[in-house]
Design a protein around this ligand. Structure first.
Ligand code: ADP
Length: 980
């Protein structure tokens, strides 16, 4: 029997053994009945063991060993019979034949399983000898087989059962293994704690203990809040408990405090476990330590914030303050200090102190300000020498600290300082204090070390820049003082020149003999020459200081060139030169440009051409180059057949005071400034002055300029205005405020000649008196006067007398910015002395006319639906320039909504410095549009913002501004549509 079969048999045997008597009894009983035998039993065997399972009519206690013979029967494959034991050689001596039960007959059928294994036999015995008939044998066989069927069934059941058991067993086993692994995995990756419903700890895993630095025993039975860091608000935990008490999972980040007081962050998931009734009876917290991730993120955030502060590249002190604030905010520490290196580089002292929290540290700050540190002295000196950051968790007892008393009195516990290094030298030390004990953090220390270098290099750059700015400022100052000198010079020269020219003109109008007329003419020419030199010098100063501004006036180029021709034709005629002007007839009549400057350039070029040509001709031409509806380009050229310029000198002549040849120049006169000015003016207008010249043959100077095309095509507008205005202004009265007697007379004469009534006031004070008594149409105001100067007088007229009478400033200062200054003071226009009579007349008429115009139509007459609008100031500023007004209103509509968003954002983000700046910026826009109410709100915001406080008042003001602006925008749009 092989192993498998043996096992199987064993199973059978066991099964048979366990088969209850109640099941087998009927088979044995039926066998005895069918064979009419007194005894029946079932023999079951396995190897050498056997078992008498069910016996009918047999007491086997004393005959346990007498059934050996059955082995032989069991291992046969057919029916076995002993009809008379006495006669059978194997049985006649058998104890069971000679003794109890004294059988003579034995009939038996083997029990053979389906797989062919003999496992026993069904036996019947009788005390009488006999033979079974065929039917009886068949019945015995059937019964034996039926027993096998029962056995097989049992076996199958047994197999099924054991399979099932095995299955369950395997499953349970696997689950146990899986669970063990899950637990292992969870223990490896997460900290797990279980608390009861009141938050008392029932279980913690090893990892939890490791992170919290507590022993298991120290945690079990403790409330979970043993780990509370105090960082989160009461509300935060309230919300947590509300969630889990409802049976919901809570997810979030918590800052905990370990046994040693170190803070750590966990990403936590709390899962409520419900009891049978469904209400949570315990909570499982599964959490990951995210301190490293969190601090990396925070560090990155801090680094970004600090770098952005540094990249603003503001001045050093505000930058240092911002840096200190940002670091204090990040660390949640109380105060930041920046110790500065003194000039001799011997001491760190004079700290910039930036308190961050509202802790009262006045005496701390006061004491610190008195401290100075030499190298190696105290904490600051220590950092200076070591060039490394220093973090002290607990200050008390630290021997390096020499400010111990004041630090302790202020309640500070932890300290951090790091050096600001550039060029490997410490240039300052940043220091921070907190009243909490804060464990040092290697990563942070490393970061502050790097930061110290970054701040150092910013400072290095900044110091260099500041030096540059200083140098630039000094240079500007020197330009300014040169400017000032030129202004004064011009004033000194122009005032008498004004008189000379004016009086010569008046003299010419009197009756003179021929000789006198000639003398007067010479005086006038000399004065004009002198004036032109002064003008050149002044122009030059404007170009040098970058303050040359251009007017934008609709100009007819043809007229302009014809005027030049009229002006210079006599000079050409005097030298017997032909002088032609070739003007392209396609050039539009109304080009926007500064006619005075264009005129100046062309006169210089043509003047030179005539000056440096002895025979032949001079041609001034203007050709239309490109043109579309809005713009056009014109090429101007001045050609002559003069002496020409050697190629090597052609670049030099554009430099100031440069002339080709001093010899020649003594012959031709000139300053050597004209070309330089012309070249610069052309470049400022967007063109380039080119030269082509061959010595002995002639020269050509040319340039191309682009112009916008104006709307009106009326070329004779200027002349018309002049004529009409002359009529109109006949009865107008002008108050002339001027202290210089000569100038008084001259101006009065000029004005009277033009038909104005003139009243003279010798200074501002007298002028004001006269204005109070009589009505004038216009004031002509000198600027430099004793008592009250022109600016002051104008301010009083505008602000105190509240008069909007047109005022024209008269000044010898034709210098940069003067016009703006006059306009800012409230004057309407500006004319420089000595003035051109036509020019003055034009300006007077324009103003008187504008007054009339604005009082009849235009915005003043426009009554908007809303009373919030008053654009008088804007109109005053515009001085009648509609396109300027339109631009200003459009700009407001375009700009202010954006500015408001920025304002709100700065407030939301708590950037008070930005908030302050934005409010300040917006305020001036509001003032131009006379929204004093909004300017007031912005003022309030600025005041509160400067205290770095979030405040409901700011909220209220922001709301009010938003509401008002939303009403204001449509009104402005309406004005734009109706007026422009
Ligand atoms: P100025 O004429 O007062 O000397 P400019 O700056 O106008 O000063 O000219 C500089 C120099 O360039 C002149 O002195 C002269 O030598 C040379 N120059 C200018 N225009 C001509 C010209 N058309 N032909 C020859 N030389 C010229």
């Amino acid at each position: 029997m092989n192993e498998r079969e043996r096992l199987e048999t064993l199973i059978n045997f066991n099964i048979l053994e366990k088969l209850p008597e109640s099941v087998l009894n009927p088979f044995v009983k039926t066998a005895t009945i069918l064979t009419q035998s007194q005894i029946g039993f079932l023999f079951l065997c396995e190897d050498e063991r056997y078992l008498i399972k069910t016996k009918i009519g047999l007491n086997i206690y004393d005959m346990q060993n007498d059934f050996e013979f059955c082995f032989k029967i069991a291992h046969q494959n057919h029916y076995f019979e002993v009809s008379d034991a006495y006669k059978h050689p194997d049985f006649h001596n058998h104890r069971m034949v000679l003794g109890q039960p004294n059988f003579r007959f034995l009939g038996a059928y083997p029990l053979i399983t389906n797989s062919g294994n003999n496992i026993g036999c069904l036996c019947v015995l009788d005390s009488k000898p006999k033979q079974l008939n065929f039917d009886q044998i068949e019945s015995l066989k059937n019964l034996a087989e039926e027993i096998i069927v029962q056995l097989e069934l049992r076996k199958q059941n047994k197999n099924l059962q054991s399979e099932l058991n095995q299955l369950i067993h395997d499953k349970v086993n696997q689950t146990e293994i899986d669970l063990a692994y899950y637990k292992f995995a969870l223990d490896q990756s997460a900290e797990v704690a279980i608390t009861d419903r009141d938050g008392y700890i029932k279980f913690v895993n090893d990892k939890f203990c490791k992170t919290s630095k507590y022993e298991k025993a120290e945690l079990l039975g403790q409330p979970y809040k043993i780990l509370n860091s105090g960082y989160h608000s009461h509300l935060y935990f309230k919300e947590l408990w509300q969630t889990i008490e409802k049976g919901k999972v809570w997810n979030g980040e918590i800052k905990n405090k370990d046994k040693n007081g170190r803070f750590y962050w966990v990403d936590c998931q709390i899962i409520p476990f419900p009891d049978k009734k469904g209400s949570p009876h315990q909570y499982v917290a599964i959490q990951q330590d995210i301190t490293a991730k969190k601090s990396t993120l925070e560090r990155l955030k801090l680094e970004t914030a600090l770098i952005s502060i540094l990249s603003e590249n503001a001045a050093i002190e505000p930058t240092i303050k911002k840096l200190c604030e940002q670091i204090s905010l990040f660390l949640r520490w109380d105060v930041g200090l920046y110790w500065q290196l003194d000039d001799k580089k011997e001491r760190l002292k004079n700290p910039i102190i930036v308190p961050f929290t509202y802790k009262n540290i006045d005496s701390f700050m006061e004491t610190c300000r008195k401290f100075e540190f030499k190298k190696g002295e105290g904490l600051i000196g220590y950092v200076w020498v070591n060039k490394k950051p220093k973090w002290i968790d607990k200050i008390d007892g630290n021997s390096v600290v020499i400010r111990e008393n004041i630090i302790e009195d202020s309640g500070f516990k932890s300290h951090l300082s790091f050096p600001i290094i550039f060029n490997n030298e410490v240039n300052g030390v940043m220091e921070f204090f907190t009243s909490n004990i804060n464990q040092s953090d290697e990563n942070m220390i490393e970061m502050f070390e790097t930061l110290g270098l970054q701040i150092g290099s910013y400072m290095e750059r900044r110091v260099a820049e500041e030096e540059l700015i200083k140098a630039k400022k000094e240079a500007e100052e020197s330009v300014k003082s040169k400017d000032q000198f030129l202004t004064n010079m011009s004033h000194e020269i122009r005032t008498p020149m004004n008189a000379i020219l004016g009086f010569t003109e008046l003299l010419e109008k009197t009756k003179l003999n021929h000789e006198q007329e000639e003398f007067a003419g010479s005086v006038k020419m000399a004065a004009q020459n002198l004036l032109s030199i002064i003008n050149d010098i002044l122009d030059f100063s404007k170009i040098e200081s970058g303050t040359m501004y251009f007017e934008e006036v609709s100009t007819d180029i043809t007229t302009l060139i014809n005027n030049i021709k009229d002006l210079l034709k006599f000079s050409a005629q005097n030298k017997n030169l032909d002088f032609y002007c070739e003007i392209d007839s396609k050039i539009p009549k109304n080009l926007i440009c500064d006619p005075i400057r264009l005129n100046q350039i062309l006169i210089n070029l043509v003047g030179n051409a005539i000056k440096f040509t002895e025979v032949g001709k001079v041609v001034l031409s203007a050709d239309l180059y490109k043109s579309d509806f809005n713009n056009c380009s014109i090429k101007f050229s001045v050609r002559d057949t003069g002496i020409g310029i050697p190629i090597e000198k052609q670049n030099q002549i554009f430099e100031r005071f440069q002339q080709v040849d001093n010899e020649i120049n003594r012959k031709y006169e000139g300053t050597g400034l004209g070309l330089s000015i012309s070249k610069n003016l052309i470049e400022l207008m967007g063109g380039k002055l080119e030269i082509e010249s061959v010595p002995g043959q002639g020269s050509e100077f040319s340039f191309e300029l682009s112009f916008k095309i104006g709307r009106s095509e009326n070329s004779s507008e200027d002349e018309n205005i002049e004529k009409i205005e002359f009529e109109k202004t006949k009865q107008k009265s002008i108050l002339l405020v001027e202290d210089n007697l000569l100038n008084q007379k001259l101006a009065a004469n000029v004005l009277q000649n033009q038909g104005f009534d003139v009243e003279v006031a010798e200074n501002g004070k007298v002028g004001l008196e006269k204005l109070k008594q009589l009505e004038y149409d216009l004031v002509l105001m000198d600027i430099q006067m004793p008592e009250l100067d022109g600016y002051q007088t104008t301010k009083i007229i505008r602000n105190e007398l509240k008069m909007d009478i047109p005022i024209i400033a008269m000044t010898a200062h034709s210098i940069v910015g003067e016009k703006e200054k006059c306009l800012n003071a409230g004057m309407n226009d500006f004319i420089s002395k000595p003035f051109d009579q036509k020019d003055l007349n034009k300006k007077i008429n324009a103003l008187i006319d504008h007054q009339k115009k604005t009082s009849n139509n235009g915005y003043a007459s426009y009554k908007p639906s809303n009373s919030m609008i008053n654009l008088t100031y804007l109109y005053e500023l515009s001085n009648g320039n509609k396109s300027f007004e339109k631009e200003m209103i459009s700009l407001f509509l375009h700009q202010v909504p954006k500015e408001f968003i920025n304002l709100q954002q700065a407030y939301d983000e708590g950037k008070f410095q930005n908030l302050f700046e934005m409010a300040h910026k917006m305020k001036s826009s509001m003032e131009i549009f006379d929204r004093k109410d909004l300017a007031e709100h912005l003022n309030r915001i600025m005041t509160i913002a400067s205290k770095n406080n979030k405040d409901v008042e700011i909220d209220q003001s922001l709301n009010a501004i938003e509401l008002s602006l939303n009403e204001f925008y449509p009104v402005l749009n309406e004005i734009l549509e109706k007026n422009y």
